[in-house]
Design a protein around this ligand. Structure first.
Ligand code: IYR
Length: 223
């Protein structure tokens, strides 16, 4: 700590243990109610909701606090159509030739295929880009660190924020995703990371009957 790099006091609220557990359970229950959605309503959603979710995402911890992400939000129907067509072109090739039989079997319970109508139905597409480098205060190019970890955490916050607002999304990763850089005219230091359609679930939306792993299958104490 010195004048060039000041510190400020930080006094996060102390929560009594009983309350702590109650809050932890409530947060778990809220998050456990989230599902990835592929059937969206075209009902409009306030733009401010997207902006709050992006603000929340951008509070994520990041390597050397470089915040190596760009959230590109799209609500223009022509742009959405262009993205849908390009994504479907790649996805069709993936489903027909590029994905292994084992991969296709793993996806079978999700009921996915190359058709991606939600890329037009959902009122917004938010494409998150990871930045391999950025620019410092002097305009010099600087390297970013732990980029994928940082962006992944930010995307988690984004998903949680949307869910808190009653909005739905999907972590869509058309592969390869280079077309997003071209269509969205992103600079060379940015690479597409996840494409999130965002909106309300359709009234008749269904999701696969998945079961989450219980605590003892995902947590090991003092091995
Ligand atoms: N990107 C494809 C395939 C796909 C892959 C995985 I791993 C999934 O969990 C779901 C889909 C698609 O979006 O259909």
């Amino acid at each position: 700590m010195n004048d060039a790099h000041p510190f400020v006091p930080y006094r996060p609220a102390r929560i009594a243990p009983d309350d702590m557990i109650g809050r932890g359970r409530a947060f778990f229950e809220a998050m456990d109610g989230r599902r990835s959605v592929r059937h969206f309503s075209d009902e409009p959603v306030p733009r401010a909701a997207i902006e709050w979710a992006i603000r929340a995402a951008s509070t994520a911890p990041s390597g050397a606090h470089m915040q190596p992400w760009t959230f590109v939000a799209i609500d223009d129907p022509m742009r959405k159509r262009e993205i849908r067509l390009a994504a479907e072109e790649e996805e069709r090739k993936s489903y027909e030739h590029r994905m292994s039989p084992q991969w296709l079997r793993a996806l079978a319970p999700l009921g996915t295929d190359w058709h991606k109508p939600y890329l037009e139905t959902a009122p917004y597409l938010v494409v998150v880009f990871e930045q391999s480098t950025g620019v410092d205060d002097d305009g010099e190019r600087r390297k970013h660190y732990y980029v994928r970890e940082s962006v992944g955490i930010a995307c988690g916050f984004f998903i949680a924020a949307l869910h808190t607002m009653g909005l739905c999304t999907l972590t869509h990763t058309p592969s390869p995703m280079g077309f997003l850089s071209r269509i969205l005219r992103r600079p060379a230091n940015e690479k597409p990371y996840i494409l999130f359609p965002v909106g309300y679930a359709a009234d008749d939306a269904v999701v696969p009957a998945l079961v989450r792993k219980p605590l003892d299958a995902v947590c090991v104490w003092n091995p």
